[in-house]
Each structure stands twice: as structure tokens, then as C-alpha cells.
Design a protein around this ligand. Structure first.
Ligand SMILES: [Mn+2]
Length: 313
């Protein structure tokens, strides 16, 4: 079910005495109307089914609401509009139905010229979002196969086999590309070796995926990492950038299903997001795995809000 935006969820501090430039997100974002001017379109995917199927800690269904609360108080300095496109709600275990509904919503936003920024939910959100981008491009690309680069900032490859869950999205995307005879271009940055079995690395090799381990992403190596990302971006036409918050150190992002034992510094993650945005190829941004049940002081939600703001630039 797709629940339209509820502007009552956008509340926060107002600084009227500071004048008209003292604006925060909650005062500027609007519910997405028909025929809206192109802008950032925030779309929630309220789903626990993917994490539950993957034996993780539930709570990601509350992620979109927590993200809106955190984003609401950020200072506003956009020139293009930001729209709230509401939430796709997944009831119980109806994961596949929810992913189809998400895909349809993403396609509609892209068709209308918006930059969708999707907020999970667990990482199963990525399979639905990508399907929406693929449907949009299938119509606009004609018979030519579009080259979509999937950039995943994540401690996990998420290439598992079996029924759809938060651990399978990029395998599903690979299968979807194969069915359309499209190339599968996947780069996963931040992989924690300890939580990815050799079987998953075998799958990554078989699918021609690229990856970089967390320990090879220290701030001192940022130039090297950004160059690798830049080389990948140069070979693709459009980008689906998906950020699993568990790529960050657990002290920075405790509110996730599976906190990382090491993680990649936020300064590195933000620089990589900048690299993708600066390429001009970003079609679809995404933040996954925000779990407010393990985020008592809201720090993970505030980091997620920074990243969403950045993805909308
Ligand atoms: Mn993930």
C-alpha cells in the first residue's frame, strides 16, 4: 500500500525572528502534487520483512519516519524543490508485493523528471528501487541496453541466493539484468571480510562485480578509492547509489540491523557520495537499514539525514 505524504510528520524548530532565510526542511518540503516541478522526491519504504527473513534485528520499517524527523530540522539551502512522495508500506511478509509497488512508484517519479531518494526499510529496498529505474529506462532507451552502474556502500555484498531478503538484492538485480540481456555493473565499497563468506565472493567474481574491503578504505587512501569509483563511473551511463548505513562504524551508526565491527569513516563515505553526485549520472539515491529501535539518541537518523540531503544535490 502506498501512503501519501503526511505533512504533519514534518515539524521542528522555527526561527521567525531571524528572517526569511532562517528556513529548515520542515518549512520547505511539500507533499508531491501532480505536475510538480522536477526536484528531489523522498520516498519511504516501510518494511521489516527483508531483515526478518535475513535473521536480522527488526525495526527498519520505522526508518522512514525517523529519517523525516531528523531531516525536518536541517537548515534548508536548496534552490530546487524537495517533495515528500510518501511511503510504500509492507504488511507482514508481503515483501515481493511491496518491492513491486516500490518499483512502480520509483518509475512514476523518474518519468516525471524527479530524483528519487528512497529511504528503507532493509536493503531489500534496493531490488525494488532498481526495478523501478530499469522499467523507466526500458521505456526511454528503446532497444538499446542501458548501462546502469549500481554503487553500493555496504559492509555486505548482499548477493545471497534464495528467497528475497535484505541479503539478496544485488543478486536479484543481476538476475533481472540477465533476463533483459542488460549488462550488470556492480561496485560494492566497504566490504567486511568477516561477515561475507567465500561463497559470496565466488558469486561476486562470477557476476563480474567489483568490491573493496573496509580496511582498504581508510581516510588516507581516499584518493585511491575515489579514483577507483571514478573509473567505474566513467564506464556507466546512469547510477543507482545505495548506502547501507551499516557501512559506517557502529559508533557513528548504531541504529542498524547489523552494526559493523570496523566500518568506513563518514568522511570517506561523504566524499564518495560527492564523487557520484559530481559525475552528473546519479539517477536514484537510497539509504537503507535505518533502525530507530537501536538509535536512542537519534544519531544514526541524523547521519542518514545528512546523506539524504547530499543525495538530493
Ligand atoms: Mn546491505
Amino acid at each position: 500500500m502506498h501512503r501519501p505524504a503526511d505533512l504533519a510528520s514534518w515539524t521542528g524548530r522555527t526561527d521567525i525572528e531571524e528572517g526569511p532565510r532562517a528556513i529548515r526542511w520542515h518549512q520547505a518540503i511539500r507533499a508531491l502534487p501532480e505536475g510538480a516541478a522536477p526536484g528531489l522526491a523522498l520516498l519511504g519504504f516501510a518494511c521489516d520483512a527483508g531483515v526478518t527473513r535475513n535473521h536480522g534485528r527488526p525495526g527498519a520499517a520505522e526508518g522512514p519516519a525517523a529519517l523525516r524527523r531528523a531531516l525536518a530540522s536541517l537548515a534548508w539551502r536548496r534552490t530546487a524543490p524537495a517533495w515528500d512522495a510518501g511511503d510504500v508500506l509492507v504488511e507482514g511478509d508481503a515483501l515481493e508485493e511491496g518491492q513491486r509497488e516500490l518499483a512502480a512508484a520509483v518509475t512514476r517519479l523518474l518519468d516525471a523528471g524527479h530524483r528519487p531518494v528512497v529511504v528503507g526499510g532493509g536493503h531489500e529496498v534496493a531490488a525494488g528501487s532498481f526495478a523501478g529505474l530499469a522499467d523507466h529506462l526500458a521505456r526511454t532507451a528503446g532497444t538499446r541496453a542501458p548501462v546502469i552502474g549500481v554503487v553500493n556502500l555496504d559492509a555486505h555484498l548482499d548477493l545471497r541466493a534464495g528467497p528475497a531478503s535484505s541479503g539478496t538484492p544485488f543478486r536479484q538485480i543481476a538476475e533481472g539484468c540477465a533476463a533483459r540481456r542488460w549488462p550488470f555493473r556492480y561496485l560494492c565499497l566497504g566490504v567486511d571480510e568477516g561477515s561475507n563468506t567465500e561463497a559470496l565472493f565466488d558469486t561476486a567474481r562470477r557476476l563480474g562485480a567489483g568490491w573493496r574491503r573496509d580496511r582498504a578504505m581508510a581516510p588516507a587512501r581516499l584518493d585511491e578509492v575515489a579514483a577507483e569509483l571514478g573509473a567505474f563511473l566513467a564506464t556507466v551511463e546512469r547510477v543507482h547509489l545505495t548506502i547501507d548505513l551499516d557501512v559506517l562504524p557502529a559508533a557513528v551508526a548504531p541504529g542498524v540491523s547489523a552494526p559493523a565491527p570496523r566500518g568506513v569513516a563518514l568522511e570517506v563515505i561523504e566524499a564518495l557520495v560527492d564523487t557520484v553526485v559530481a559525475s552528473g549520472k546519479l539517477a536514484l539515491g537510497e539509504v537503507a537499514e535505518l533502525n530507530p529501535r537501536f538509535d536512542p539518541d537519534g544519531r544514526t537518523a541524523r547521519v542518514a539525514a545528512r546523506l539524504v540531503e547530499q543525495l538530493g544535490r
